[in-house]
Design a protein around this ligand. Structure first.
Ligand SMILES: Cc1ncc(COP(=O)(O)O)c(C=O)c1O
Length: 409
């Protein structure tokens, strides 16, 4: 009689899961750290990329790969095989992988002033320590950008829509400057998403996203992604494997599911933001509204050329920055008085979220630096969610009344 194995061995070595031959409609979560092989030869061949396969989830994971290839497909300017993607644990891990791959001691990177604070800090506090030269210039002034290029410039790092001014990047102009300089054009398109603009179509070499925002869309997971030319992505993949900032399969599942409704959500976000911005601009307590959909925004014409449109009109993104009269105090009063919207960090989810810029997202900048970046001390950024536009307008109108009363007190 065959010897029966002990209960612990049998528990550990349960029958293997089925390997379905049909493609599942929903995405399975491959929550495993490692795969097993027929023998050591297969193990070596998979590790050596001689045969396709999975070995270890820091290297590759099917759920994570499904998310990355999903973003590559949505951002892709060319045939699917011409655009590859790599996913990361956060937007910052994705940006770090790009810089680590293409910068080294003595090379130079140009980024916008203002750039997202995490990117600023990464360049100043980490990459400068390793002898990378970093300059921040006004990216809306192409002449300044061109004049700031050096022989050792390797990356022009742009943002499709800047936070919180919603400045629109002249991607084609930046592409020309990058080509003349022999540098890569890398675009953080977190605020735009491929539903608004696909920078690869305008000459960008690589696009990065904080997937934590619109791609996921529900403020329930963090992630990042880089997409672009396969030869560049192969180098980024090696750095991802070596540095290990990988996305978890669970978050990859949520992010990939987010992609399925991205277009529906972002169209609605943008349409509501347009109505909201136009309504707010009429309120007497408002000194300025930064939203590229408004004709007086400096990036309005550029946005009309670069950004997609549909029956609902051009999509100008869904963050609206409101500056009330009355400076810092009035801004804080406005943020604190909203009730439908919530005071919170992050953006791009179903809930409308507000941040008083000077005291939160841009707190590292002193008054002079804020002014130089075109940011008023009273500015409040609204990330417009999926609520009904009318409710958001009633909410912000009441909050602006409070801010006005506070300003007069
Ligand atoms: C424009 C932009 N890029 C990158 C990031 C970093 O993303 P994460 O927080 O996912 O690391 C953020 C986060 O707010 C962002 O707004």
């Amino acid at each position: 009689m065959r010897r029966r194995q002990g209960e612990n061995t049998r528990a550990v070595h349960l029958p293997p899961p089925p390997r379905p031959t049909q493609t599942p409609v929903g995405l399975p979560i491959w929550r495993t750290a490692a795969w097993s092989f027929e023998d050591s030869q297969e193990y070596a061949d998979v590790l050596g990329d001689k045969v396709p396969g999975y070995s270890y989830s820091r290297v590759d994971n099917p759920t994570v790969a499904a998310f990355a290839s999903g973003v590559a497909s949505l951002e892709g300017a060319a045939a699917p095989e011409d655009v590859a993607g790599e996913a990361f644990a956060s937007g910052m891990a994705a940006i770090n992988a790009v810089f680590t791959t293409f910068l080294r001691t003595g090379t130079h990177v140009l980024a916008p002033a203002p750039v997202f604070g995490g990117t600023y800090s990464l360049l100043v506090n980490v990459f400068r320590r390793f002898g990378v030269e970093v300059d921040f210039v006004d990216f809306t002034d192409l002449g300044r950008v061109r004049a700031s290029v050096r022989p050792n410039t390797k990356i022009l790092f742009a943002e499709t829509l800047a936070n919180p001014t919603m400045a629109v990047a002249d991607l084609r102009g930046l592409y020309r400057v990058a080509r003349e300089a022999g540098a890569l054009l890398v675009v953080d398109s977190t605020f735009a998403t491929p539903v608004v603009c696909r920078p690869l179509e305008h000459g960008a070499d690589l696009v990065v996203h904080s997937a934590t925002k619109y791609l996921g869309g529900h403020s329930d997971c963090t992630g990042g992604v880089v997409v672009g030319r396969p030869d560049l992505m192969a180098k980024i993949r090696n750095v991802r494997i070596d540095t290990g900032g990988v996305l978890s399969p669970d978050d990859a599942f949520l992010l990939r599911r987010g992609l399925e409704t991205l277009s529906l959500r972002v169209r609605r976000h943008c349409a509501t933001a347009m109505v909201f911005a136009a309504a707010v601009a009429k309120h007497p307590a408002v000194r300025r509204v930064d939203y590229p959909g408004l004709p007086d925004h400096p990036g309005h014409q550029l946005a009309r050329r670069l950004f997609d449109s549909g029956p609902e009109g051009t999509r100008y993104g869904a963050c609206v920055t409101i500056t009330p009269h009355g400076g810092f105090e009035a801004g804080v009063a406005l943020a604190d008085a909203v009730r439908v919207a919530r005071v919170a960090t992050s953006l791009g989810g179903t809930h409308t979220l507000v941040s008083h810029v000077a005291s939160t997202t841009h707190r590292q900048l002193d008054h002079a630096a804020l002014t130089a970046s075109g940011i008023d001390a009273g500015a409040v950024r609204f990330s417009i969610g999926l609520e009904d536009a009318e409710d958001l307008i009633v909410d912000v109108t009441k909050a602006l009344d409070v801010a006005r009363a506070r300003g007069k007190a």
